[in-house]
Design a protein around this ligand. Structure first.
Ligand code: PGA
Length: 256
């Protein structure tokens, strides 16, 4: 049985004191929630946030990693370091990394493998740009990113991966995919998982939607058959809106 999964990607926002304030409020809000709730602060706040959430229902994730365990890679953060600090998840292949930091499918693949080898669960992001959607190329792009990112990853590893479908045109734009548009891609991804890894993995896989998720649209998105939760950017920066999204996610799941 899949469970509702709500993750907040804070991106490059929040000083340590702001992060601590936000997560302390969240901890109060999500006391009785079931499902998986994940906060993904910037690296600088991971340590302090972890201290506050330990013993609570909230899990910790990081926004990026490098694929080597240690060495002369100035400015990079290794999977070992993330594990050590208490991360359970790490985002890999976010479109902002692909766009601004030239991350290719090959790099994404190395990062997914490095995460899995260090018992971190990758939240593997894929999604098309607006011009690709307009040209009718959405599913081709998804297929290419899916195959590239998961190349050489076998069933035993694949069962741990969370996939996030994030159409680039919906990120930070206020323009969300309709539930039908999102469901179409989610169902395509689940079918790809079925072909590559079999029924069991496809049926259990968590596939998130991301891109301008708000308290107002979370319910209709998560109600879709193949949408198991959401990866939230802007609306995860306030405890109240993120708390509402968690509530809406749980309500949608009960109604499925
Ligand atoms: P947004 O970001 O909710 O601000 O659109 C989503 C994401 O990039 O994960």
């Amino acid at each position: 049985m899949r469970k509702p999964f709500i993750a907040g990607n804070w991106k490059m926002n929040k000083t340590v004191s702001e992060a601590v304030e936000l997560v302390a409020k969240l901890k109060e809000i999500v006391k009785d929630e079931r499902g998986e709730i994940v906060v993904i602060p910037p690296f600088t706040a991971l340590f302090e946030v972890k201290k506050i959430i330990s013993g609570s229902r909230i899990e910790l994730g990081a926004q990026n990693l490098y694929w080597k365990e240690k060495g002369a890679f100035t400015g990079e953060i290794s999977p070992l370091m993330l594990k050590d600090i208490g991360c359970k998840y790490v985002i890999v292949g976010h479109s902002e990394r692909r766009q601004h930091f030239n991350e290719t499918d090959e790099i994404v693949n190395l990062k997914i493998k490095a995460a899995l080898e260090n018992s971190l669960i990758p939240i593997f992001c894929i999604g098309e740009k607006l011009e690709q959607r307009d040209k009718g190329e959405t599913l081709n792009v998804i297929e290419r990113q899916f195959e590239g990112g998961l190349s050489g990853i076998d069933e035993s590893k694949a069962r741990k991966i969370v996939i996030a479908y994030e159409p680039v045109w919906a990120i930070g734009t206020g323009r969300t995919a309709t539930p039908e548009q999102a469901q179409e891609v989610h169902s395509f991804i689940r079918t790809k998982l079925r072909k590559k890894y079999g029924n069991e993995i496809a049926n259990c896989a968590i596939i998130l939607y991301g891109g301008s998720v708000k308290p107002e649209n979370a319910h209709s998105l998560i109600k879709q058959k193949d949408i198991d939760g959401v990866l939230v950017g802007g609306a995860s920066l306030e405890a109240e809106s993120f708390g509402k999204i968690i509530e809406e996610g749980w309500r949608a799941f009960r109604e499925k």
